[in-house]
Each structure stands twice: as structure tokens, then as C-alpha cells.
Design a binder for this molecule. Structure first.
Ligand SMILES: *[C@@H]1O[C@H](CO)[C@@H](O)[C@H](O)[C@H]1NC(C)=O
Ligand SMILES: *[C@@H]1O[C@H](CO)[C@@H](O)[C@H](O)[C@H]1NC(C)=O
Ligand SMILES: *[C@@H]1O[C@H](CO)[C@@H](O)[C@H](O)[C@H]1NC(C)=O
Ligand SMILES: *[C@@H]1O[C@H](CO)[C@@H](O)[C@H](O)[C@H]1NC(C)=O
Ligand SMILES: *[C@@H]1O[C@H](CO)[C@@H](O)[C@H](O)[C@H]1NC(C)=O
Ligand SMILES: *[C@@H]1O[C@H](CO)[C@@H](O)[C@H](O)[C@H]1NC(C)=O
Length: 258
């Protein structure tokens, strides 16, 4: 009896699944501004960009949802069914690399994205290093913000920095262009220029390096040894004097009692 009732039940599930499958996602696709491929949108800070997402080949009303990277974007109620648009106003530098994705609410695996490529000329920032003593190392850190990436160079007092000198080290990432000078010499004192060039423009930033005379150094061990000697001398001095003082008082007391 138990077997008989189980069989029709699983048949029902199977039939239901077969009936449901075709109406899930067949043929439905999304497009942004008439393109059904993921896109990269080149733009500039301050611009306004509007994106229209539309469902295609749908047999019924479909709700759409926008994401800014992984976070949902709130849109008005009348801007969700079959077609939805968002406006990025204004585009900012921080939008660079951000993806706007339109998804079918009923099945979020159906989606399409536009990734922003926000292009702007190089911007350099940084602060002068504190004055550095001769023989110490120093870092000049030039922060770079540029898209596309800029070509970078260091100059000293407006002439090319000879990078053959093994005291110079360059550390270069997409965000930082850093010059390290090992064991600075008096002749390293001066003005250094960080330069960035891209197709959209160029910028220079000056860094002033002040090299100071080396201050005389006392080795720590010598200081400790000297301190110990002084402390011991003083301590022994007091102990010796105290014994003397005690003897004197004892002697005078003895005199009084006798
Ligand atoms: C959408 O429908 C058109 C014809 O109506 C068809 O050519 C196209 O292949 C369909 N797209 C998808 C993704 O099924
Ligand atoms: C999509 O293409 C049609 C016909 O080419 C055009 O009328 C419509 O404005 C386009 N829509 C968008 C959002 O670009
Ligand atoms: C998308 O289409 C709309 C309407 O045609 C247009 O105003 C907008 O500039 C388009 N956006 C992009 C990124 O092409
Ligand atoms: C959305 O599209 C479907 C299929 O074409 C249609 O039946 C429905 O009326 C549309 N709904 C809206 C609000 O446009
Ligand atoms: C600096 O070096 C670059 C490339 O090595 C060269 O093109 C340029 O002429 C040099 N500039 C000066 C001022 O020496
Ligand atoms: C060291 O460099 C600083 C900043 O570039 C400059 O003002 C100063 O005159 C220089 N000092 C010497 C001794 O060259």
C-alpha cells in the first residue's frame, strides 16, 4: 500500500517539473542600450550617463533590478517592469571600475553588466620628507591617481635622475611612484620632481629634500655601561659613608655611657 501511494506522488512532481521548465527562462534575455553583451563604457568625471535595460523575448511582465557592484540600486516603482533605466550623475573618479548590472528578479542568473572606465588626467600628491641626516635612507613618495596609467619619471633639480646609481631604488605600483635614496649624501640635498604623463595630460610635483649633518652618536651599550658605573660608585660611596657615620655615633654613645 505504501509503495503504491509513493509512485503517483513522484510522477506528479516529475510532470510538474516538466511543465514548469519551459516557462522559466526560455529565450528571455536582457539588453542594455540595445546591446545584449556585457560592455565597458568609457567616460569622464562630471559626465552624465544613462543606461536602459530592457527584457527581450519575454512572454509576460518581467521585473528588473539594478546592482551597483554587489549593492542594489533603488529605482522608482514605475521603472522596474520590462524596462528600467538608471542615471549616473555625475560620474566621479571613484566610479572607475564599478559595474552596473541589470538582473531579472525571477532568475538573477539572467543578467547584463556595464563596467565604467572613468578616464582622467594624472593627479599627483605627496609631502616632503622630514630632514634626513647624512648616511640615513630616505623615501620620496609620489601618490599617483590616473586613468589610463601615466608614464612616470623622477628628476633632480630639473635634470634626469641617473638610475644607474645603485643608491637609488624605484618602487612603482598603479598608485605609488616612490624613490628611495640609500645612505644619503650632502649632494643629494635639493628639489626632486615627480612627473606623470598620459594621453590625457601631464603633471609634475616637487619634493624638497634637506640633508643634515650627521649628529654624533653614542652607542647604547656605552651609555648603559657608563650609567651602571655611575650608579655603583654613588651607591658604594653612600654605603661607605653610612658605615662611617654609624661608627662615629656608636663611639660617642659609648663615651656617654662610660
Ligand atoms: C528572441 O526572439 C527572436 C525572434 O523573435 C529570435 O530570433 C531570437 O533568437 C530570440 N532570442 C533568444 C535569446 O532566444
Ligand atoms: C534601441 O534601438 C532602437 C532602434 O534602433 C532605437 O529606436 C532606440 O532608441 C534604442 N534604444 C536605446 C536605449 O538606445
Ligand atoms: C543609452 O541610451 C539612452 C537613450 O537612447 C541615451 O540617452 C544614453 O546616452 C545611452 N547611454 C549610453 C551609455 O550609450
Ligand atoms: C511586459 O511585456 C510583456 C510581454 O511582452 C507584456 O505582456 C506586458 O504587458 C509588459 N508589461 C509592461 C508593464 O510593459
Ligand atoms: C631624460 O631621459 C629620457 C629618457 O631616458 C630622455 O628622453 C630625455 O631626453 C632625458 N632628459 C634630459 C633632460 O636629460
Ligand atoms: C637643500 O635643499 C633645500 C630644498 O630643496 C634648499 O632650500 C636648500 O637651500 C638646500 N641646501 C643646501 C645646503 O644646498
Amino acid at each position: 500500500m505504501a509503495q503504491k501511494s509513493r509512485l503517483p506522488a513522484s510522477y506528479e512532481v516529475l510532470v510538474l517539473a516538466v511543465l514548469l521548465l519551459p516557462c522559466l527562462v526560455t529565450g528571455v534575455e536582457l539588453a542594455i542600450n540595445n546591446s545584449s553583451d556585457n560592455q565597458i563604457l568609457s567616460t569622464k568625471p562630471g559626465r552624465e550617463e544613462s543606461l536602459w535595460c530592457t527584457v527581450r523575448n519575454n512572454s509576460r511582465a518581467e521585473e528588473l533590478r539594478w546592482y551597483r557592484d554587489s549593492g542594489t540600486v533603488n529605482v522608482k516603482d514605475g521603472n522596474k517592469i520590462n524596462t528600467t533605466n538608471i542615471c549616473i550623475l555625475p560620474v566621479s573618479k571613484t566610479d572607475n571600475g564599478v559595474s552596473f548590472t541589470c538582473k531579472l528578479v525571477r532568475d538573477e542568473s539572467i543578467q547584463i553588466s556595464v563596467t565604467l572606465d572613468v578616464q582622467f588626467p594624472p593627479l599627483l600628491t605627496g609631502v616632503d620628507p622630514p630632514p634626513v641626516e647624512e648616511k640615513n635612507d630616505v623615501k620620496l613618495t609620489c601618490n599617483v591617481n590616473s586613468n589610463p596609467q601615466a608614464e612616470m619619471a623622477w628628476y633632480k633639480d630639473n635634470s634626469n635622475l641617473t638610475l644607474k646609481k645603485d643608491r637609488y631604488q624605484i618602487y612603482h605600483t598603479s598608485e605609488v611612484f616612490q624613490l628611495t635614496i640609500k645612505k644619503v649624501e650632502k649632494s643629494d640635498n635639493g628639489t626632486y620632481t615627480c612627473e606623470a604623463k598620459s594621453v590625457l595630460g601631464e603633471m609634475r610635483k616637487e619634493f624638497h629634500l634637506t640633508v643634515e649633518d650627521r649628529k654624533p652618536v653614542f652607542p647604547l651599550e656605552a651609555i648603559i655601561a657608563a650609567t651602571v658605573v655611575v650608579v655603583l660608585t654613588v651607591t658604594f660611596g653612600i654605603v661607605a659613608r653610612r658605615e662611617k657615620i654609624l661608627k662615629v655615633t656608636k663611639a660617642s654613645m659609648n663615651q656617654k655611657t662610660s
